[in-house]
Design a protein around this ligand. Structure first.
Ligand SMILES: Cc1cc2nc3c(=O)[nH]c(=O)nc-3n(C[C@H](O)[C@H](O)[C@H](O)COP(=O)(O)OP(=O)(O)OC[C@H]3O[C@@H](n4cnc5c(N)ncnc54)[C@H](O)[C@@H]3O)c2cc1C
Length: 429
């Protein structure tokens, strides 16, 4: 990596702030986030000889997988759809690797390509400075519990946003929540159902996480109540031994989307039966169309529906309010409960730090839909915001690395100094 630290004199009024912060010129792109997307971009750049740095707020790679997922998690999709570019998953991995296997794979990936992110470095803001035509990225570095935090400013020509679709948990506000008094956690802090043995647990949200947490609670002799406020597409994970996802991809090569949707729903009815009878209402539009238009992922059944049918997991409608040890539902029913697990999803954190509004929309996703949401203006790139999981992240990463690689090659051929105007840029503080 060819970056070097420098401090320049400044005559600006807030020079104290300037001297308190270290300034680093990065000769190449800054990648924000060391999850699968950031690692895949970094690997592509390595292969093209482009220097870069990766900034990661956590103290490890793939922090979502290492610190914010439950113990029993396996990849939801077969391994061939989850591997990153130019490095297949090991042959001896099962079709659906466990979370530990996936983390092991990502660690081998980073080692194989020699990617060494800068950990405990959280990006607070990133702004394109028109005066000097460079990005100015401000970070706070130091472990979260450290009293010795430092501020650093990185200055570079390209920035790759790879902070993920799931950067922050979504915690809805419920009426009377503060009166409840029991244990409340978000699914990102849920590890296993062991500590809930014998408890009546309200699981809020019936996406993939809510369904699997309910199943895990059930396996640990807890009594889950699964809140399904609106509708959900529940699909079998496999059809005659073939993954439903793979089947859908194969069918899309031959048939239009509405035909594939109809086939998937027919198969779901044949294999699972009528989900509506058990409180899981289906959306009006088909599963793939809904995914394309609203980004809502269908839920793959891992055994939860069997437990719902047998009455071990009870599906309940939306929440009206909480009170001490109780929840009142919109249908007027009141349940006594001990704990709550909020499987209420995640959101992108891009709007909180990226000072830009042409490419990213207010919800933290690129405005242009897949496959076009990977390149903005002035050296801005994004990877991993396609709502298509790891295969979407890989597809973005390949394009980002190719594009930067091409520009890098042209610029280094002309052997121009990378930043002729850093002095001026610094004096803008
Ligand atoms: C429970 C669960 C199961 C899933 N299972 C699958 C699956 O089976 N298959 C699939 O394809 N997808 C799955 N996904 C989707 C998942 O989002 C992707 O698998 C993958 O983790 C996305 O990679 P990413 O690098 O884009 O984002 P992330 O993995 O979220 O990585 C982003 C990184 O950026 C860092 N970061 C965020 N903000 C900052 C900041 N300001 N400064 C510095 N660093 C920052 C984060 O700490 C994080 O390490 C699952 C998601 C969840 C929550």
């Amino acid at each position: 990596m060819a970056n070097s630290a420098f401090i320049a004199k400044t005559t600006s009024a807030n020079h104290e702030e300037f001297f308190a912060r270290r300034c680093v010129w990065v000769n190449g792109p800054v990648i924000v986030g060391a999850g699968p997307s950031g690692l895949a971009v970094a690997a592509g750049l390595k292969e093209r000889g482009v220097p870069f740095i990766v900034l990661e707020r956590a103290n490890c790679i793939a922090s979502l997988w290492q610190t914010r997922t439950y113990d029993r998690l396996k990849l939801h999709l077969p391994k061939q759809f989850c591997q990153l570019p130019n490095f297949p998953m090991p042959d001896d991995y099962p079709e659906y690797p466990s979370k530990d296997q996936f983390i092991g794979y990502l660690e081998s990936y980073a080692n194989h390509f020699g990617i060494q992110p800068q950990f405990n470095e959280s990006v607070q803001s990133a702004k394109y400075d028109e005066t000097c035509g460079l990005w100015r990225i401000k970070t706070t570095s130091g472990a979260p519990d450290s009293s010795n935090k430092r501020e650093v400013e990185y200055i570079c020509k390209w920035i790759v946003v790879a902070t993920g679709e799931n950067a922050e948990k979504v915690v809805p506000k419920f009426f009377g929540f503060h009166e409840f008094g029991g244990d409340i956690i978000h699914a990102c802090d849920y590890k296993s159902g062991e500590k809930y043995r014998g408890q009546r647990v309200l699981v809020v949200g019936c996406g993939n996480s809510g369904m699997e947490v309910s199943l895990d609670l059930c396996s640990n002799d807890a009594m889950p109540f699964l809140v399904c406020r609106s509708s959900v597409h529940l699909l079998p994970k496999d059809v005659l031994g073939k993954s439903t996802f793979e089947l859908a991809i194969s069918m899309l090569r031959w048939f239009p989307l509405h035909v594939v949707d109809k086939t998937l729903l027919l198969l779901a009815k044949l294999i699972l039966g009528d989900t509506q009878k058990y409180g899981l209402k289906r959306p009006e539009v088909g599963p793939l169309q809904l995914k394309n238009t609203e980004g809502k992922t269908p839920v793959l059944d891992l055994g939860t529906f069997g437990k719902i049918k047998s009455g071990k997991i009870k599906v309940v409608p939306g929440i009206k309010r909480f009170s001490k040890g109780r929840v009142q539902l919109v249908n007027g029913e009141t349940l006594e409960i001990d704990s709550v697990v909020l499987a209420t999803g995640y959101r992108s954190n891009v709007p909180s730090w990226l000072k830009e509004s042409d490419f990213f929309s207010k919800n933290g996703f690129p405005k242009a839909p897949f496959p076009n949401g990977w390149k903005g203006n002035a050296g801005l790139y994004a990877a991993g915001f396609t709502r298509r999981g790891l295969s979407g992240a890989s597809s973005d990463a390949i394009k980002v690395a190719e594009d930067i690689g091409k520009i890098w090659k042209e610029e280094t051929k002309q052997s121009r100094p990378p930043a002729a105007c850093h002095r001026r840029c610094i004096s803008q503080f």
